[in-house]
Write a protein that binds this ligand. Structure first.
Ligand SMILES: *Cc1c(COP(=O)(O)O)cnc(C)c1O
Length: 399
């Protein structure tokens, strides 16, 4: 397995996941965090309100501006990512929209690598366009094209790493170098990598985005999203979140905190399962091609190996000589793997991108995005490796 760059934190990721961001003593001397079900927060008297405003005191005021559980979750996420500050949202897309709405204005443009989450592309291409913000899309990994697309009005360079479902990896040194050279901020959606496997801030990326719905919360039981970066660069983002809403209810914050305690442990199993299953599939006679950055056959293996500690639980493969129906049979035959979108939870999931996310697209459009009729995407959970392999084996053999 690869060697990740040295961590700046002076403690391990498991210790940070369990204890990071938490106060030592909590209300009632409880070891866990309290859930404060409050929409508003009280002041002693008029003078205390004035002191709060004039001295910029840190305390709660009204639920749309935050709640205590959310502050703890933000502090823990920032600690795990090795960043200064985190802004938590109700889901990953709310985080993406929240960041861009704070950072771009009419006349600006953003430059994208094309293998981005389709809803992120949709928000920029369809909705930011209505406000006069242009989206420029270049081929993933084409750094010259990205640099050429930049002009004086470019505000953000955007990519995922690894991408979904092809698992292409960005050379973060090149990516941030282009941004810095042209004075343009950079955003990496590292949902698939997680801070266990990749730390984009250490390469100088300005903003890291996570759909915390996935590996960070990890139990397929909540939605959340976060942006991590410097306090100063996130000040206007946090301010706008207080206006737009899109925050988490206190119960949701508690569930996220609970999920995060086992984040590091879970990632070890997701990584191990992903690697073992990618290797099993690559050796299977019915498999035409496997997309997994941990395999030497993956076009981005060298970058992944040099920058990532592990390669995650997402594995994509094409079934040899299969039409869409035979491919669907493999999906339908799976017993442990449940048929659902999403990834990063303890339960293993399986889906056919053609049906799940691209059914209403034209074949030409699907081809453009590299979505084939015989493609299957699996999200390995934390079940036992041998059981997952046996399930996939019978699903393929019986298709
Ligand atoms: C799921 C996902 C999102 C969107 O997150 P939600 O929490 O579903 O809003 C964004 N980016 C990536 C890479 C994702 O997998």
């Amino acid at each position: 397995m690869s060697v990740a760059p040295e961590r700046k934190a002076n403690q391990g990721t498991s210790t940070t996941a369990v204890q990071g961001g938490e106060a030592r003593m909590k209300p009632g001397n409880a070891i866990t965090d309290a859930i404060f079900c409050a929409s508003t927060y009280t002041f002693d008297n008029t003078d205390s309100i004035i002191r709060y405003i004039e001295e910029n005191q840190v305390r709660e005021e009204y639920g749309r501006y935050g709640n205590p559980g959310e502050k703890t979750a933000e502090a823990k996420l920032a600690a795990i990512e090795g960043g200064e500050s985190a802004v938590l949202y109700s889901c990953g897309m709310a985080a993406f929209v929240g960041l861009l709405m704070a950072k771009v204005s009419s006349g600006d443009n953003v430059v994208f690598f094309d293998e981005c989450y389709h809803r992120s592309r949709e928000f920029c291409g369809k909705h930011l366009a209505r406000f006069g913000v242009e989206t420029r899309t270049v081929k993933t990994g084409d750094y010259d094209a990205m640099e050429k697309a930049i002009d004086a009005n470019t505000k953000m360079l955007i990519s995922e790493s690894p991408t979904n479902p092809h698992l292409s990896c960005v050379d973060l040194e090149k990516f941030t170098e282009i941004g810095k050279k042209h004075g343009v901020e950079t955003l990496i959606d590292a949902t698939l990598a997680t801070p266990y496997n990749l730390r984009p801030l250490e390469y100088g990326v300005d903003y890291v985005l996570h759909s915390a719905t996935k590996y960070l919360a990890g139990h397929n039981d909540l939605l959340a999203g976060a942006i991590i970066g410097s306090e100063q660069q996130l000040a206007d983002v946090r301010q706008l979140r207080g206006v737009m809403g899109g925050i988490n209810a206190p119960h949701n914050c508690y569930l996220l905190l609970r999920g995060l305690k086992t984040f590091s442990l879970r990632m070890q199993r997701h990584n191990a399962n992903g690697m073992a299953i990618a290797q099993f599939l690559e050796d299977h006679p019915m498999v035409e091609k496997v997309y997994y950055p941990g395999l030497a056959s993956h076009p981005y293996h060298d970058i992944a190996k040099a920058t990532m500690r592990g390669f995650g639980g997402l594995v994509t493969f094409n079934v040899k000589g299969a039409d869409w129906r035979k491919t669907a049979n493999v999906v339908d035959n799976a017993k442990i793997f449940k048929i659902a979108p999403s990834l990063g939870g303890v339960e293993s999931l399986i889906e056919q991108p053609l049906v799940m996310s691209y059914y209403q697209q034209t074949p030409e459009n699907r081809a453009k995005f590299g979505i084939y009729d015989n493609m299957i995407r699996i999200a390995c959970g934390i079940e036992d490796t041998e059981d997952l392999i046996a399930d996939l084996k019978q699903a393929l053999d019986n298709a």
